[in-house]
Design a protein around this ligand. Structure first.
Ligand SMILES: [Zn+2]
Ligand SMILES: [Zn+2]
Length: 340
């Protein structure tokens, strides 16, 4: 198959995923550029950003794109400029695909802000297919003792959650609020608790609240309720702008709210006295650097971070996205190839 065509999911016309905007089509097996790896996909996590790409919440960057940027696979080939990788070696493919390496942001270690950055499953075809490609410099080497399905959600949900946790400036032993408790939050919570944080989860789903308590959260309440104590830091994972003032009011003086999503519905008007005064901080989180990724993968292995996963056959990727949208599972959906 590596020389011919393959079945691949494609965003034909962005729109509601229930309307068939994601279709299974036949595409050529990709050919890696000189500096790229060809990756045989073993597992691909389903991220909310895939839903945003499919439904048109994010503008089209590549017509007919194949989504998927939480790929665990093995190297099946590479371009002639690639050094240091072997065929058969396991690698991870994540959201950040390429930067220019030369701009002011890249120069100061903030490659996540690079204006020339490109993304897997948005600017280039991703992992909702049996094969994908990745620039070798942006492929992750993976810890050996975690299986493919468990590793996949770590590659975006995990890495972004980790950057959000760092952006939330949680003090040692501090009180952390997590608004929304899906794939990213449940991984972030585990690292935070392993590092000594007290975690309060605020989310609408009863199953997610149950999972939060099982993982060791100190409390789990509906997203519109106040946590049982003021928060030093909070992270908004739910793509719901209405929760920004709710989370800001739950912060203690000097607290920080980090917004983890790439897409957020409009934020309502904030009240300065209750929402921002006393030096509360509101921060966004934009993608991640490769250093964030390497740091998180090492922490995940050290703390035995466990992704709660729901495997779906690759042939039912559209169903996985519909279920994600409807909140029909907790943890993270992972596609496993049944098409080849
Ligand atoms: Zn740059
Ligand atoms: Zn993602």
């Amino acid at each position: 198959m590596a020389d011919g065509t393959m079945p691949a999911w494609s965003v034909i016309e962005p729109g509601p995923v229930e309307s068939g905007s994601l279709r299974l089509v036949e595409k050529p097996v990709p050919v890696p550029d000189d500096d790229e790896l060809l990756v045989r996909v073993r597992a691909c996590g389903v991220c909310r950003t895939d839903l945003h790409v499919t439904e048109g919440d994010l503008p089209v960057h590549r017509p007919g794109v194949t989504p998927g940027h939480e790929v665990v696979g093995v190297v099946a080939g590479f371009g002639r400029a690639v050094r240091g990788f072997d065929v058969g070696e396991r690698v991870g493919v994540a959201w950040l695909r390429r930067t220019d390496g030369t701009c002011a942001y890249c120069a100061r270690g903030a490659e996540n802000l690079c204006p020339a950055s490109r993304y897997t499953g948005w600017d280039a075809d991703g992992g909702y297919a049996p094969y994908t490609t990745v620039p070798a410099a942006f492929a992750y080497r993976l810890p050996g003792d975690l299986d493919d399905v468990t590793l996949a959600p770590l590659l975006c949900a995990g890495i972004i959650g980790h950057r959000a946790l760092r952006r939330a400036a949680l003090p040692a032993g501090g009180r952390l609020g997590l608004y929304g408790f899906g794939g990213s939050a449940h991984l972030c919570a585990q690292v935070a608790m392993a590092e000594g944080a007290v975690v309060h989860v605020l989310t609408r789903g009863a199953a997610a609240r149950k999972l939060a308590l099982e993982l060791g959260a100190a409390s789990a309440r509906d997203a519109t309720e106040m946590p049982p104590e003021p928060l030093d830091s909070a992270i908004l994972f739910a793509p719901v702008g209405e929760l920004v003032p709710v989370a800001l009011r739950a912060l203690d003086r000097g607290g920080t709210l980090a917004i983890a999503g790439i897409h957020l519905s409009d934020v309502p008007a904030l009240r300065y006295q209750t929402d921002l005064f006393y030096e509360k901080q509101l921060r966004s989180v934009t993608s991640n650097t490769r250093e964030d990724g390497r740091e998180f993968l090492a922490l995940a292995a050290e703390h035995a971070v466990h992704a709660t996963t729901h495997p779906y056959p690759l042939s039912r990727a559209d169903e996985a996205l519909r279920d994600l949208k409807a909140g029909r599972f907790d943890g993270a959906a992972v596609l496993v190839d049944d098409l080849s």
